[in-house]
Design a protein around this ligand. Structure first.
Ligand code: UTP
Length: 289
């Protein structure tokens, strides 16, 4: 079945990004003047997704505003002949069909995904974690969809992370199938040293079969009392197996202050308008470090 739906959970509190996340959703933090959420919606559309459900929360209305027409700006830009800027803001409203639902309490990523049941119905769907931006020529979600089309099983987007920090992620029990594809038979969220399966960790992208909703219904609260999506995916991988794709692209965690800064520097150096000037500035600046 062709995958045309995606869910973007964006209702978390973003405590690691305080104080900014008190008033600006971390999912709307900009990388080079474009908010993270726009990168995600563009990636989904490039991957063949036509319908996107954003799981939002109170105080995150900047997300909806960004994908809604803004006649005030449009009029001004037309009047001043700024065609390119006009196009850049009006194009945003046409990237995909976007729908919203609200998670009233941040009860975990698993609970956020549960809210997508009505939207997804009985179709497989992609999930793009709202604070994970992946910069890649070949859209990361599309890479996972390709693996789903080949194997017909739920897919996790993974990368190898250093062993010292795998305890912060979800470690996967895998066997290599071919190239960057693996079969997954188990996984564990935030493993202790003796529980680590491998250095492969899920980073921000999954494709799920709709059976995940039944599994979520019977999954108890996990770490921090929250309903963990990874606990449900662990059950799914033990019961019927999953696929992992070591995806191409650089992933930035907008919920992490250092990763957010790196994203801005690395993307801005390639900006066609001022990248060269910024590079010159950086070269001078590092001399002073
Ligand atoms: P995170 O676990 O990184 O987000 O979830 P968080 O809970 O906001 O982070 P901290 O620890 O407080 O800083 C990954 C994505 O899932 C969403 C988040 O908004 C983020 O985009 N999420 C998380 C939800 O939609 N609902 C939740 O209950 C939790």
């Amino acid at each position: 079945m062709k995958i045309t739906k995606a869910v973007i959970p964006a209702a978390g509190l973003g405590t690691r990004m305080l104080p900014v996340s008190k008033s600006v959703p971390k999912e709307m933090l900009p990388i080079d003047a474009k908010p993270a959420m726009q990168y995600l919606v563009e990636e989904a559309a490039k991957s063949g997704i036509t319908d996107i459900l954003i799981v939002s929360a109170l105080g995150k209305d900047a997300i909806e505003r960004h994908f809604t027409a803004c006649p005030q700006y449009e009029k001004k830009l037309i009047e001043s002949g700024k065609q390119e800027l006009y196009k850049s803001i009006t194009d945003i409203n046409k990237i995909a069909n976007i729908y919203y639902t609200y998670q009233h309490e941040a009860g975990g990523l698993g609970q956020a995904i549960r809210m997508a049941k009505e939207f997804v119905k009985d179709e497989p769907f992609a999930v793009l974690y709202g604070d994970d931006v992946v910069i890649s020529e070949n859209p990361a979600t599309g890479q996972l969809i390709k693996a789903y089309e080949k194997y017909g099983k739920s897919v996790a987007g993974v990368k190898s992370v250093p062993r010292e920090i795998i305890g912060k992620y979800c470690s996967l029990k895998v066997e290599n199938l071919e190239g960057n594809l693996y079969s997954v038979s188990d996984m564990i969220e935030k493993p202790k040293e003796n529980e680590i399966f491998s250095n492969l960790a899920i980073l921000g992208r999954v494709v799920l079969e709709p059976c995940i909703f039944d599994i979520l219904d019977r999954t108890p609260g996990g770490i921090g009392g929250e309903l963990q999506l990874t606990d449900a995916m662990a059950a799914l991988s033990r019961e019927s197996g999953m696929i992992a794709v070591e995806f191409e692209g650089t992933r930035y965690d907008m919920g992490n202050k250092l990763s957010y800064l790196c994203a801005n520097v690395e993307v801005a150096v390639n900006n066609p308008e001022y990248g060269e000037e910024f590079r010159k500035y950086l070269k001078e600046f590092v001399k002073s470090l």
